[in-house]
Design a protein around this ligand. Sequence first.
Ligand code: GDP
Ligand code: MN
Length: 379
Amino acid sequence: MDLMEHQAKEIFLQYGIPVPKGMVLYHESALADALSTIGVDKFGVVKAQVLTGGRGEVGGIKVVDSLTQAREAVRAILGMRIKGLTVEKVLVEEKLDIKNEYFIGITIDPESLPALLISPKGGRDIEQIAKEFPTAIGKYLIRLKNGLPSFEVIELAKSLGLHHTLWGGLVDIAGKLYKAFCEKEATLIEVNPLVETEGGKLIAADGLLNVDDNALFRHSEFSQLRKELREMVLKDKGVDYIDLGDGEVGLLCAGAGMTMLTMDLVVQLGAKARCFIDMSHGVNPVGFTAALEVLASEPGVRYVLVNMFGGLTRMDEVAKSMLQAIESMGAKFPKPMVIRLQGTNVDEGQRIMREAGYEVYSELEEVMATLKKILEVAR
Ligand code: GDP
Ligand code: MN
């Protein structure tokens, strides 16, 4: 799981890594608040919060000098598409007086050891540094039992020609990054750029943190974040996903009204919806793949109820998209799934599903009765 910049920076803060003062906004109306939090004299930078780098080059990062400029920047950036992702929030931060930009990060090396990387050519991505300045990246393999000794960081800094006034700060930040890397079971933690201010301070101007998906179940502190990120990723694919926290049935519907009705019907069976997914704008293989992947992987979801009813939505397309999605995930959907298809081209849609070995119903009563049986057997 990748964290967004502002989420990574929150973790940095917890570990004592200096970050610029800032605030997350979903709407320009919160700007005045941000201005007073950050301080009028320190205002500011507006940064798109999306899960991709290279925001600067496409106008996703703007340095501003006044509230008016900030407002314009927030307006321009919110809703912007960056590499196919829609910007739904911005991070407004204090402006930094940048003297130098460095790179510092810890990643898993091909030898499966954590590797500390430092470069004096920060501000561009690491692949670009590697290409343009191959000798300007220093690497130290962290042998776990030794931890990250200060002198090794200093040796690395020295070998890169970094001035001795930076060594102390780098040792401090590298140590904190390593602690966060281990405790959060990260696969990558990165500060790029690590800014040296005109005042001689080191501060994390950007942050990247990737947490090992297989370790997420050990980190309840990320569960809220995980939900949020998942909702966001799905929304980008035209799929609305709502996690309800408990229950055992995952719902896949089209349209808010149908979703609500289906939820009520599940309750009448003495069960509860764990989550619902509204496919309204995502009836295509990409949307279905995203939706079915969530339903397949979410451990709380034990049964899946698909209730697709549509006039505009063609059921043969629903069927084809669903099957294509299931195929891309593996041979067969891994959980009990009951399906109702009704509406335009329903005969063709049902034929396609049946041919692929799925039971399909036309009427709501029928599909609910089938779900009821499955639930009874399980109990
Ligand atoms: P990325 O391009 O998506 O990785 O975004 P970054 O957060 O790394 O920012 C890209 C560049 O914007 C940095 O390398 C800086 O040069 C510039 N930048 C970011 N924050 C600030 C800031 O607070 N002040 C100034 N002047 N420039 C900034
Ligand atoms: Mn960056």
